[in-house]
Design a protein. Structure first.
Lengths: 396, 204
């Protein structure tokens, strides 16, 4: 990624690449490509490892604040060292494998899960020049890697030889397969609009500003807005986050597929959950929020990876906010939401995409009619006879 | 409309998130070891022995070693040995005192029956709860030195109850002193025959 185009970038924009090339330059020429690849992997591991660590802390702090309590604040200044205390605790805990468990599957499940969650990062453009692997069908690769996590979850449930684990894993499969469909359908309009499956191409298609003011991000188009919301709902379910955390529903299933895991393997599952969350949020940023593009022209002096990080953090905080608010769905409500609500809406949303006419207000109106009306109609039909619930004894 | 409930819920949590930063009154918790939540007046944990003065707890203990609490205690965690000699009580009369008064805190179930049965208001319920220890036998067997606490402490824990007890005791004390001061030949104001009659409730 050297050449004349790089000279136009600022120093901070080039810094990560300069550091990588400087480090791989120490090695003999035939090794350089492998070494720079390894450096990219190490950087992703280090950055997202730290993001994982501090995201758990942020989550606990924010959950605490939303419940009017301070959250963890004992370890280090303001509780900043809490993730490291947690890591030490997890590492020193006894690793118990049930006698009847399938030892190979039981061991492999967390490893496979983390591996599949991590390889998804390979195609996310973190900055203008920071794309680990530039695949022509990067989006396809991303969701294929994401589908591998389903296998790992079922391995964990099956290998544990525990009824709660198996029930949790079966729920996880039902949920993950159900939500793959709305997840994929939600971003098809993006592929149609940008005409490429490459993540670099999709971000490049969102560059520039309409009237020099509104960024050409997909989220600011009618179909993109609806698609973004559908995508985020499906992403919540795909990463097993509340309110779709049925596979590990503590109150019903002990801990679902995590029941028989302890110590570091247990921590690995959580690591995979947060990696998956980060990867899906990163893909949402890439597909809908303009990737590393700055929101205004004069803000382009800020390095592109900072914009990516800010957008990613915003989405992750949204995940935490939703977790702090919404209660868990029942399994039938969950699958009904996917098949009867999200999938039809995502299909209708396909119809409203690909309109590149000049009449913006008309375009919004048509899109509104195409998405909002079915939203209302399907929602009415699905909730008929269910709500609103009248509480006779509780205060309103 | 469908979905407005979700938005309303998100608004509530966002308000809490922002509000808890600038309004400490929203907090529902306290930072425990540094700040202790005030206990309600009727909170109780384990019994303690009431003594009149903090300066001489052993000398002014109300307990007369009658052993009623020892007999009534359901888990039998109280052990009392009577004294051989007598000492003057608060009303001036000579009384026994407990030479040994042990309560096994690890056995006590905080039922308060000892408090209910004590005719001398000598045993009351404490509110201590930080009694964790590394020595599980001797450190959890509270002797009379450890159990004796002044009346002022009792007032601090249960102000209403302690005020009632004090009023009753003072009245009874005044009565005893008056009785002791008057000559024995003077008749009480009510006729002795009236006491022998049935109480009015039993009359047909």
């Amino acid at each position: 990624m050297t050449g004349p185009e790089m000279a136009t970038d600022g120093y901070w924009e080039r810094l990560p690449l300069l550091a990588r090339d400087g480090a791989s330059g120490l090695f003999p020429t035939p090794w350089r490509e492998a070494v720079s690849g390894l450096i990219s992997i190490a950087a992703i591991l280090a950055v997202f490892g730290l993001v994982f660590a501090f995201l758990t802390l942020a989550e606990r702090k924010i959950l605490g604040r939303t419940q009017n309590r301070p959250g963890p604040n004992r370890t280090g200044p303001g509780g900043l060292l809490q993730p490291f205390a947690d890591a030490i605790k997890m590492l020193t805990k006894e690793d118990i494998i049930p006698r009847t468990a399938d030892r190979v599957l039981h061991f492999l499940a967390p490893v496979v899960l983390v591996a599949f969650s991590l390889i998804a990062f390979a195609v996310i453009p973190f900055g203008r020049r920071l794309l680990p692997v530039d695949l022509d069908s990067g989006v396809l690769y991303f969701f294929a890697a994401g589908a591998g996590t389903e296998l790992a979850v079922f391995m964990a449930g099956w290998g544990s030889r525990n009824k709660y684990s198996l029930l949790g894993a079966m729920r996880a499969l039902a949920q993950l397969i159900s939500y793959e469909l709305p997840l994929l359908l939600a971003f098809v309009p993006v592929i149609m609009a940008s005409g490429t499956l490459s993540t670099r191409g999709i971000v490049a298609a969102q560059g520039g500003w309409t009237d020099g003011l509104i960024p050409r991000w997909h989220v600011f188009t009618p179909w993109g807005f609806a698609g973004f919301i559908l995508f985020m709902v499906a992403a919540l379910a795909e990463s097993n986050r509340s309110p779709f955390d049925l596979p590990e529903a503590e109150s019903e299933l002990i801990a679902g597929h995590l029941t028989e895991y302890s110590g570091f393997k247990y921590a690995l599952f959580f690591m995979a959950e947060y990696f998956g969350m980060c990867a899906l949020s990163g893909m949402a940023v890439t597909l809908f929020l303009g990737g590393w593009q700055a929101p205004c022209a004069f803000l382009e002096v800020v390095p592109s990876y900072v914009w990516f990080a800010l957008k990613l953090l915003g989405l992750l905080l949204g995940f935490i906010w939703i977790r702090a608010t919404l209660p868990r769905l029942r399994i039938d409500q969950l699958t009904r939401l996917a098949w009867k609500f999200l999938v039809p809406l995502a299909l209708i949303n396909l119809g409203s995409a690909g309109w590149a006419g000049p009449l913006q207000p008309l375009r919004w109106a048509v899109a509104l009619a195409l998405v909002a009306l079915p939203f209302l109609l399907i929602g009415r039909k699905l909730t008929a006879g269910i709500g609103p619930r009248i509480y006779r004894y509780a205060a309103p | 409309m469908l979905g407005t409930g979700l938005l309303h819920g998100l608004k509530v949590t966002a308000k809490n998130l922002v509000g808890s930063f600038h309004d400490p009154a929203r907090y529902v918790t306290t930072e425990y070891p540094e700040v202790k939540a005030p206990q309600p007046e009727n909170a109780r944990s384990f019994p303690f022995l009431v003594s009149e003065s903090a300066a001489d707890p052993m000398g002014t203990m109300r307990c007369v070693a009658c052993q009623i609490c020892e007999k009534e205690c359901p888990p039998q965690c109280i052990y009392i040995e009577k004294s051989k000699d007598k000492k003057p009580g608060p009303d001036g009369r000579m009384q026994l005192y407990p030479a040994v008064f042990d309560i096994d805190i690890s056995v006590c179930m905080s039922c308060q029956i000892c408090v209910e049965v004590c005719p001398f208001d000598a045993i009351r319920m404490d509110q201590i709860f930080e009694i964790a220890t590394t020595e599980r036998f001797s450190a959890l067997l509270f002797d009379r030195e450890k159990l004796a606490k002044p009346n002022a402490y009792y007032h601090q824990l249960h102000p209403t109850e302690a005020a009632e007890v004090d009023a009753r005791r003072q009245a009874a004390e005044a009565k005893t002193r008056a009785k002791a001061a008057k000559p024995a030949s003077v008749q009480p104001p009510t006729a002795p025959g009236a006491k022998a009659q049935n109480p009015p409730g039993n009359a047909p």
